[in-house]
Design a protein around this ligand. Structure first.
Ligand code: AMP
Length: 176
């Protein structure tokens, strides 16, 4: 995975001191790198019946839309509070300082629909867990969660797996 890993730009101290921001825009901007990312992200889920990808705003939209096309399924957006035009279900989650809310359209997922959650990166898992709760509260069945990057030291993957959710990531970075 070294080739794809090298296309991710690391920005120290963004958005605040001590954080190593893993910037995937440099990976998305590379035609071969972006294609290879999508091919590899789709791979583990090929055998699974999936009705829709649920992508988390904003980088999860870029990956999720393209993955939905590859997997031959629909796409459902999970957005920051106040962005979706129709009636929504909201889920609060904890950030390092304070709380935030993500939302899904109340009718986006039909009962029993098989859903793959997609985002660029999993750190503490707070965002992905909130997305998983939205899918579950909508009556969907979570097939799994797919990421480009896992930061295992922050425990997000273990947290999701503890909820019984299968996780796949293309690469891991030490630290945070
Ligand atoms: P978390 O909820 O802690 O798992 O954080 C995951 C969300 O925050 C994802 O949407 C990521 O895009 C973003 N994020 C968290 N930490 C980083 C990081 N070190 N580099 C880039 N994005 C990050």
């Amino acid at each position: 995975m070294a080739d794809l890993k090298n296309l991710i730009r690391t920005i120290p101290d963004y958005p605040k001191p001590g954080i190593l921001f893993r910037d995937v825009t440099t990976l998305f901007g590379d035609a071969q790198g972006f294609k290879a990312t999508l091919v590899r992200m789709a791979e583990p889920w090929r055998g699974e019946p999936i009705d829709a990808v649920a992508g988390i705003e904003a980088r999860g939209f870029i990956l999720g839309g393209a993955l939905a096309d590859r997997l031959g399924c629909g796409f459902v957006p999970i957005r920051k509070k106040g962005k979706l035009p129709w009636k929504t279900i909201g889920q609060e989650y904890t950030l390092e300082y304070g709380v935030d809310i993500i939302e899904i359209h109340e009718d986006a997922i039909r009962p029993g629909a098989r859903i793959l959650i997609v985002d660029d990166l999993i750190a503490t898992g707070g965002t992905a867990e909130a997305a998983a709760k939205l899918v579950q509260r909508s009556g969907g069945a979570i097939v799994g969660a797919a990421f480009v990057v896992d930061l295992p030291d922050l425990g997000g993957r273990a947290r999701l797996e503890g909820m019984g959710i299968r996780c796949e990531a293309l690469m891991a970075f030490d630290g945070h």
